[in-house]
Design a protein around this ligand. Sequence first.
Ligand code: GLC
Length: 451
Amino acid sequence: MTTVDAVLEPFVLSKERLQEIKKRLLSEMEDGLAREGATIRMLPTYVHDLPDGTEKGKFLALDLGGSNFRVLLISLDGRSYTQTDEPKFEPLSDDVKATTQEALFDHIAECLQKFVDANGITEKLPLGFTFSFPVLQTGLTKGTLIKWTKGFRAVGAEKHDIIELLRAALKRRQGIEVDVVALVNDTTGTMMSNALQDADCHVGLILGTGTNACYMERLDAVKKWSEPRKPGVEHIAINTEWGAFGDNGTLDDVFTEFDNYLDQNVSINKGDQKFEKTISGMYLGELVRVICLRLHSLGLLFKDQADIPKFQTAWEFLSKYLSDIETGDVDESLPATRAILSDMGVASASDDDCRAVRRVCEAVSTRAAHLAAAGVSTIVEKIDKTRKCSVAVDGSLYKKHPKFAARMDAGLDMLLPAGHGVKMQEATDGSGRGAALVAAVACRLTATASA
Ligand code: GLC
């Protein structure tokens, strides 16, 4: 007879397997740097410089990405800054995410208008737009959305220029005067935000609803870069879009039957973002749910309950429960697991049931942390920064899960040379401040060019 451990065994990735995954990731990253259309897209961001601390002025930031939608007013003065993010807006509903691009961008323009009015902003301010999706950029304010990710699917946006869609919506709503000066991925914003205080920050990482990383790469290494090189410009931030790792089959031996089930039967983007689906907050709860269903059908879980309707319903087991369980199970009676199981309609959970569900949560989040560590260690080795590098990290999974950071550190220690100097640093509002910084650097460069 099989056991809970046997079912969870494929989630345990040994050091050797993780090293093998790193090799494949590196080779896919190289492919992405060499050509358009590779699985890992390795998108040039047109951000060539980290902030130098002289950035000044007032900026608006729009932040559209995963769980939150925000507008911020940010004042930069060298290394210090202040920000206003009032009024706050509701997270986007699933309906808005799935409507048309016009409806989505009209909603964004409306929120921007409310924000500008509420804060009595009368001057035309530069705006940085953090748009956290894969965008093929051809300039700092030009880029087409390749594909929606993370549950968005507003019709009419894919393959279109995002800044044009935003500007068109602002035009439809006459009266908002802003100057859109930069389009930024959240990973880039996160890296920029920390780089302001920390000269060793070369990597930006998001572990939230989705997962992705960016880093500063030598332009020489970006083989597909065909634009004229400007003197003195030697680096560029690359948005890896590593969430798509494995979409071409390279990780088929790593994905479990549960990953495949989630990808094919639950997610709205079958076959896409398969690495993301093993790591990020949007999916971890779902993984736990489908594993528990299997354990139930094998007679290893909730033996006293034939029907577990909530467990049979997609998205009912929230990713937040993984954090709640590992935070709240303060003693052997596992009170947090018990409470969540009761919310999930399992009235008669036994001690063994609670222990098993907790083990499932640990297995799923530990694998996620180790895969994220494999990703980060591949990048820092690629740019030869294992001796000293800080990785700016943002996102609810990293910040709210009580053990994710420690598991990731353990993963990095396992995968990098002894005594490495790679440090994970939580970001200070990457998407907001980072967008303002990219906008500020853009304004500085425009001013220098026209001087
Ligand atoms: C998804 C998006 C990516 C973003 C990440 C984190 O992977 O495709 O652009 O950076 O989520 O928000």
